[in-house]
Design a protein around this ligand. Structure first.
Ligand SMILES: Nc1ncnc2c1ncn2[C@@H]1O[C@H](COP(=O)(O)OP(=O)(O)O)[C@@H](O)[C@H]1O
Ligand SMILES: [Mg+2]
Length: 360
């Protein structure tokens, strides 16, 4: 089976690393000449709206999937005429727009921060009166790694904020005084069977994920699973979905969903029986899902800007290096390390060893 992937970054690369042993082949459509997934498959170098090349991709592959959600809706609609696309167009339509996403949470009775649609500075002024400060303003589409958002703390921050974010449709959200951030990675098969990985604790720095620690027996696991199931079933979703939550007042508030494999699930490569990447491919290819059972205590640390020397990373016991083969650039995710240990004390010690390398 040949799978077309829209986007040829590290997520596409890790999908191909998981799918190759299953006998799958890959073609990546990505405009970047140095798209790092091309080491693992064919690279169709074209714009996401280039219909000739989308047609070429559709003719070559058995089905299409995505490694990012900001794909234009027309791209999905165009491809869907020729080839099955997973997850479906509706899932992408909702997940790429924060207003649709949060409205869906509300409709399904899933707690989420207070929010308002912002189409102008006047809308923002009205919304601030209702929601109060501090609040977080985010562009409805195209935001990632904390980009396209601004925390409004005092009235001065509100003046001119609509123009500062580019005068594009935004949402305003109440600021959540969370005690932690967790994500749930789920996979849903074509027949509706759904499996979940354990909740993951995530630590961000400047809006970018730094450290994820998989949690064993988290008290909110069942609650998270029930919220995520509602969304998956509503969208008739096929594939892996990541669902980010804030932990607040002993409960969960939904932040956002990603209709794809997710950075906070990278630890599953070594930490689980079957990784998020393999399970995404199994789901979209119509294969039975793999076990999401964990193989120990696991954590993932991102390498942002540069990857430490391989000899140093691999010198740490129970540490696995993933180098994405991308050019080093400040603020860019260029690799990660996974740790898998028998107990939490050892894991914490190993995390400190990797952190010491990152700090130099
Ligand atoms: N309403 C909020 N209240 C408090 N912190 C927030 C809120 N929204 C986002 N954040 C912080 O900013 C980070 C990035 O925001 P998020 O909406 O997840 O965007 P991205 O698409 O960039 O991941 C979150 O992980 C969280 O740390
Ligand atoms: Mg996020």
């Amino acid at each position: 089976m040949k799978i077309g992937v829209i986007g040829g970054g590290q997520l596409g690369r890790m999908l191909a690393l998981a799918g190759t042993p299953l006998g799958q082949q890959f073609a990546f459509l990505d405009p970047a000449p140095d798209a790092c997934a091309q080491a693992l498959g064919e690279h169709i170098r074209a714009d996401y709206s280039d219909q000739d090349h989308l047609r070429q991709l559709a003719e070559e592959v058995d089905l299409v999937t995505f490694e990012f959600e900001s794909v234009p809706a027309e791209t999905v609609a165009f491809l869907s005429q020729f080839v099955p696309v997973y997850p479906n167009a509706e899932s992408l339509r909702i997940a790429r727009d924060r207003w649709f996403e949060k409205s869906m949470f509300q409709d399904l009775g899933i707690p989420t921060p207070d929010f308002s649609d912002i189409q102008s500075q006047a809308d923002l002024d009205t919304a601030v009166k209702r929601i109060g400060l501090p609040a977080v303003m985010k562009t409805r589409t195209l935001g990632y790694d904390g980009k396209g958002q601004k925390v409004l703390r005092q009235p001065d921050d509100v003046a001119g904020a609509f123009a500062e974010l580019g005068s594009v449709p935004c949402i305003l959200e109440g600021f959540v005084p969370f005690t932690g951030e967790v994500s749930l990675i789920a996979v849903r098969a074509r027949d509706g069977e759904t499996r979940f990985y354990p909740l993951v604790h995530n630590n961000h720095e400047n809006g970018i994920l730094k450290l994820s620690i998989a949690s064993t027996a988290h008290p909110l696991q069942a609650q998270a699973e029930s919220y995520v199931s509602k969304v998956l079933d509503k969208l008739d979703y096929v594939g892996v979905m990541a669902f980010e939550f804030f932990e607040v007042d002993g409960g969960l508030k939904a932040n956002e969903i990603a209709p794809r494999v997710h950075n906070s699930g990278h630890w599953t490569i070594e930490g689980s029986e079957c990784s998020q990447f393999e399970n995404h491919l199994r789901a979209i290819a119509g294969l039975p899902l793999g076990s999401t059972a964990t193989l120990g205590e696991a954590a993932m640390l991102n390498f942002i800007g540069e990857v430490p020397e391989a000899s140093k990373v691999t010198a740490i016991e129970q540490c696995h290096l993933h180098h994405y083969g991308k050019a080093f650039k400040a603020g860019r995710k260029v690799g990660h390390a996974t740790l898998r240990c028998a107990d939490m004390t050892t894991l914490k010690g190993r995390i400190a060893e990797v952190e010491a390398l990152i700090k130099g």
